[in-house]
Design a protein around this ligand. Structure first.
Ligand code: FNR
Length: 190
């Protein structure tokens, strides 16, 4: 079976981000035919189209990494009922220059965690809107709004609650199947 390389973006720039813990947990629970690498966003300058004639090396390398990934997984917090500015900035870099959008036809999935009861639901809805415009085929279901509780995920990505473990494992199995379906319809080189 084909192995797909997934780049994951963490929406948080914080050192102890709970969303990075969630991302590590997800990579541990994923099917064996998915491999993962985090695509860092914290050193990107603020995007402007003034850069379109010559991306700085950090942005070029970032954009090339997105372009090379078979799929992208967004693991994001909710800041002020939206996605963090750093994540939107990263998406803008990858979507440009005009006509060179690295998300087009790139399968994606969205997940996130916060201590609040709605578990990043509003941020995820807004991110989905952005990804629609970027022409990324998105996994619609299952949705995953994870309410973070102290001790839920250990520092090395172990999930301490069995039902959450099963939920996240199923989420990643569904993401794998979604990627397979997308590439059954689209060439990986398209
Ligand atoms: C938050 N937080 C938050 N939580 C939430 O559920 N909805 C929200 O709109 C917000 N807004 C918000 C704004 C800002 C600027 C901060 C710093 C925080 C709380 C947030 O969920 C919590 O800090 C998480 O720890 C953020 O995830 P990371 O960054 O640790 O992965």
């Amino acid at each position: 079976m084909t192995t797909f390389q997934v780049g994951h973006l963490i929406g948080s720039l914080a050192r102890e981000a709970i969303n990075r813990k969630l991302a590590v947990a997800l990579t541990r629970l994923a099917p064996e035919h998915l491999t993962f690498s985090e695509i860092p966003i914290k050193d990107l300058p603020l995007y402007s189209y003034d850069y379109d004639d010559g991306y700085p090396p950090v942005a070029r390398a970032y954009k090339d990494t997105i372009a090379a990934a078979d799929a992208v997984l967004f693991v994001t917090p909710e800041y002020n009922r939206s996605i963090p500015g750093g994540l939107k900035n990263a998406i803008d870099w990858a979507s440009r220059p005009d006509g060179q959008n690295s998300f087009t036809r790139k399968p994606s999935a969205v997940i996130g965690t916060s201590p609040g009861a709605i578990g990043t639901a509003i941020a995820q809805q807004q991110l989905r809107s952005v990804l629609s415009f970027c022409n990324s085929p998105q996994m619609n279901a299952p949705e995953a709004y994870i309410q973070f509780k102290l001790g839920l995920i250990t520092d090395d990505g172990g999930v301490t609650n069995e039902s959450t473990t099963q939920f996240l494992r199923n989420y990643m199995a569904e993401f794998h199947q979604f990627i397979v379906r997308v590439y059954t319809a689209l060439s990986r080189d398209a």
